[in-house]
Design a protein around this ligand. Structure first.
Ligand code: AMP
Length: 129
């Protein structure tokens, strides 16, 4: 069965899209650690990051870097943190999290945003690409 992220990439489930190219897709995390928390996903559905083909792994890092720079220019933060976990969704994804405090990397501290706030954030971040 297709992963929830494959369904997002295929447009079967809505997302707050930030960027897309031939091989990768970036969108806002629906349960963010901080405002602007973004996920970068390879279109190929692979569970664990180090099982990606080397070319896709490096491509994902390159794509994530571009998105992270846009994110840092769009959202007030000290820096953008990166995490790769995958315990919830078995489809490789890079978490990019605008950081002002260490608690934002714990995945225990969450922020609630309205639909309008998600839309405005996605627009602001993608405008910096
Ligand atoms: P993990 O697999 O532990 O790295 O976490 C999966 C992440 O995906 C969590 O931060 C979720 O909030 C996020 N997530 C799950 N479903 C969606 C969705 N439909 N749209 C955006 N983010 C999602």
């Amino acid at each position: 069965m297709a992963s929830i992220f494959t369904k997002i990439i295929n447009g079967e489930i809505p997302s707050y899209k930030i960027a897309e190219d031939e091989n990768f897709y970036a969108f806002l995390d629906i349960n963010p650690n901080a405002k602007g928390h973004t996920l970068c996903v390879p279109k190929v559905e692979v569970n664990k990051i180090f099982d990606l083909e080397e070319r896709t792994y490096h491509g994902l890092m390159e794509f994530s870097r571009k998105v992270a720079i846009a994110l840092e220019n769009a959202v007030e933060c000290k820096r953008v943190g990166m995490a790769i976990i995958g315990l919830e969704v078995p489809h490789v994804h890079v978490h990019l999290i605008p950081l002002n405090d260490m608690k934002e990397m714990t995945f225990q501290h969450k922020v609630a945003l309205t639909d309008e706030e998600f839309k405005a954030l996605a627009h602001e971040i993608s405008s910096k690409l």
